[in-house]
Design a binder for this molecule. Structure first.
Ligand code: C2E
Ligand code: CA
Ligand code: CA
Length: 451
């Protein structure tokens, strides 16, 4: 394939020694170090009269890449990456490409006197968004392309490389677009800000906070527990919902410290409630990526014992899509957690295409019926029949049923009639900061006011 008409690359290769796809960690680090030195060279003023750009290409987004490894294995994924690297190099005949991460590559591009560099970047994205044909199998993967203008003073070489890498990750989530570190587009800029600010937010007190939403037992109408829901009070963007930032954080390595933070905070709060005599359970949302951490269970046990909580007070919620049970390792981990006494819930039940077949091998002991079913639920409706079947089936399998998104008293009563076990939703209370929750709890339960 051809490069963009008229684009010119550095005629003198900046450095030799290109690491190939699948090269080991040491080689990748060496390759990355060479690129960092080159960035440093331009950053410190050399050749600044030229129009120099740093470009980082992520061959596939992390989730997609994980799926490929899971389905086809490492060797196949490596072969696929090698093909994509060759595609990239064929577009860049005169310049060196460096491996900067397992699935990402960086290079410096000189567009001096060649007009609009955007044309070249568009063609790069187009080429790298076509399916890779590996061992005769077409794999649809979409590359992410991040770009940084080396003329702009955007920090140290490490910062530049990191920012360009993150811009590539943001690009991977949007339709056929490359993303610049100094992107003017609102949605890109916002995603980019969020993704790059996670780490500092984790070390800044009060940027992340937890809201708690009550779970009500339908038989007694008592509040038996809470779900911890994360909020981010971003210094410039205001309160950001987890629905927006969790998928972005999952693309970085930061989901581990973030979930660790949520677990510690939620367990500390639950322990404080227990000391006051409120024996509440706590549910925490966990990402599928967390299950891949080798020390997830050990760290969880350490936290439980640090806060003096028995495991049965904790529930971990996983969405259906993360509980695909051909993943033997994930299933074994969930079984180990159950054996410890930790409760496991399948969140958003009834939204995945595999809800029922997945259940047979699902180690979860709780299902949370998604609010999409509950919202359209009324006496005599077809949804009522569906919800009724879900409750019966879950009970037959020995599982506990929670209905989410209960917004009216009528829905609550219907759920009680169907023998659903627990309910959560705005009708009882919205998610609240701890002080508000405490006031609600005391008012609702010590004033004996029925819900
Ligand atoms: P989810 O786990 O399904 O959480 C329930 C969501 O429904 C929450 O949105 C909650 O505020 C909202 N909700 C509760 N009751 C009602 C109701 O009656 N009606 C309606 N329309 N909505 C109701 P939120 O807090 O924005 O969280 C969105 C999602 O973000 C969560 O969905 C969960 O998947 C994820 N999330 C939240 N906190 C965390 C966290 O700490 N870690 C991870 N990995 N994901 C989290
Ligand atoms: Ca949840
Ligand atoms: Ca849910």
């Amino acid at each position: 394939m051809s490069t963009t008409g008229g684009s010119r690359f550095l005629k003198q290769p900046l450095a030799s020694g290109v690491a190939g796809a699948g090269s080991d960690k040491r080689q990748t680090m060496q390759s990355r170090d060479i690129l960092l030195r080159e960035i440093q060279r331009f950053n410190s003023g050399s050749l600044l009269e030229n129009q120099m750009f740093l470009v980082v290409v992520s061959a596939a987004d992390i989730k997609r890449y994980d799926d490929i490894i899971r389905i086809f294995g490492y060797k196949f994924a490596e072969a696929m990456l090698t093909i994509r690297l060759e595609d990239l190099k064929s577009m860049l005949p005169d310049i060196d490409v460096y491996q900067v991460g397992f699935w990402s590559f960086g290079f410096i591009y000189d567009s001096t006197g060649m007009g609009d560099h955007k044309v070249f970047l568009d063609s790069l994205v187009e080429k790298l968004s076509s399916p890779v044909i590996c061992r005769g199998i077409p794999i649809p993967i979409k590359a992410g392309v991040g770009v940084c203008d080396l003329k702009k003073d955007l920090g140290s070489s490490e910062d530049l490389l990191q920012s360009t890498f993150l811009a590539g990750q943001v690009s991977g989530t949007s339709a056929n677009e490359w993303v610049s570190c100094a992107d003017e587009k609102d949605d890109h800029r916002r995603a980019f800000s969020l993704i790059s600010d996670v780490f500092s937010a984790l070390t800044t007190p009060d940027e992340f906070e937890l809201n708690y939403q009550a779970r009500i037992e339908l038989k007694t109408r008592g509040c038996t527990g809470v779900e911890a829901l994360l909020r981010w009070r971003h210094p410039t963007l205001g309160v950001v919902s987890p629905g927006e930032f969790i998928p972005l954080v999952e693309m970085t390595g930061f989901i581990k410290p973030l979930t660790g933070w949520v677990l510690a905070k939620a367990l500390a709060q639950t322990s404080a409630w227990h000391k006051r005599g409120y024996l509440l359970n706590v549910s925490v949302n966990i990402s599928a990526k967390n299950l891949e951490e080798a020390d997830f269970i050990t760290l969880l046990q350490e936290k439980l014992s640090y806060y003096g909580l028995a495991p049965h007070y904790l529930e971990l919620e996983f969405t259906e899509s993360s509980l695909f049970f051909d993943q033997v390792a994930a299933r074994n981990k969930l079984q180990a957690l159950r054996a410890l006494g930790v409760n496991i819930a399948t969140d958003d039940f009834g939204t995945g295409h595999d809800s029922f077949t997945g259940l047979a091998a699902n180690p979860a002991n709780i299902i949370k019926i998604d609010r999409a079913h509950i919202a359209t639920f009324s006496e005599g409706s077809r949804t009522q029949t569906i919800v009724k079947s879900m409750v019966t089936m879950a009970h037959d399998l020995g599982m506990i049923v929670v209905a989410e998104g209960v917004e009216t008293g009528e829905t609550l009563e219907l759920l009680a009639k169907l023998s659903c076990d627990y309910a959560q939703g705005y009708f009882m209370c919205r998610p609240m900061l701890v002080d508000e929750f405490d006031a609600w709890y005391v008012k609702t339960y010590t004033d004996a006011a029925a819900i």
